[in-house]
Design a protein around this ligand. Structure first.
Ligand code: SF4
Ligand code: SF4
Length: 157
């Protein structure tokens, strides 16, 4: 259910060196992500997400071309809340599209010009397994949403 552009051997997120590049390009989220964020922050979904759904996906809102959850010190408000969107937990891989076929397939690519690529710890099988699991969960949550939508029982928030 997951296609990688290329493997990454070593990586660490040096977000202060790249001005939190990955948090400036919008973020696709599932209905599950929205529910978890709403629960953790006490905010209403419409306060932080664009609720115009596109094939089971939504977008987090941006402010001054940065994710609404990016703080002034470039850290993520949701980090300590343990409510980061699934895709944000997959860095240094970023969303690269979805194939909607018999099975839904998520495509991810390693972020270009990341200052952390080739630095930090060697990423082993555990990291690969956790990215895989996050990708599968992402796809599962899209499927669940689309199924509920077709049954008329979908609910956000
Ligand atoms: S993954 Fe790389 S490009 Fe993205 S925020 Fe971290 S250091 Fe910057
Ligand atoms: S939710 Fe956090 S990690 Fe994800 S894009 Fe926004 S600031 Fe970055």
């Amino acid at each position: 259910m997951l296609i990688y552009s290329e493997p990454v051997e070593k990586w660490k997120c040096y977000y202060k060196e790249c001005n939190a590049h990955c948090c400036t390009c919008g973020r696709e989220v599932t209905a599950g992500d929205i529910k978890r964020i709403a629960k953790a922050t006490g905010k209403r979904p419409e306060e932080f997400a664009d609720l115009k759904e596109k094939k089971g996906l939504f977008m987090l809102k941006s402010k001054d071309e940065k994710c609404i959850f990016l703080k002034g010190d470039l850290s993520c408000t949701l980090h300590k809340e343990d409510a980061k969107p699934l895709l944000c937990r997959m860095y240094p891989f970023l969303f690269d599209g979805i194939i909607y076929a018999d099975e839904i397939v998520l495509k991810v690519r390693s972020v270009k010009d990341c200052p952390g690529l080739g630095r930090g710890k060697k990423l082993g099988k555990n990291f690969e397994a956790s990215v895989e699991e996050l990708g599968n969960r992402f796809v599962r949550e899209i499927k669940d949403y689309l199924k509920e939508k077709s049954q008329g029982t979908k609910e956000i928030g």
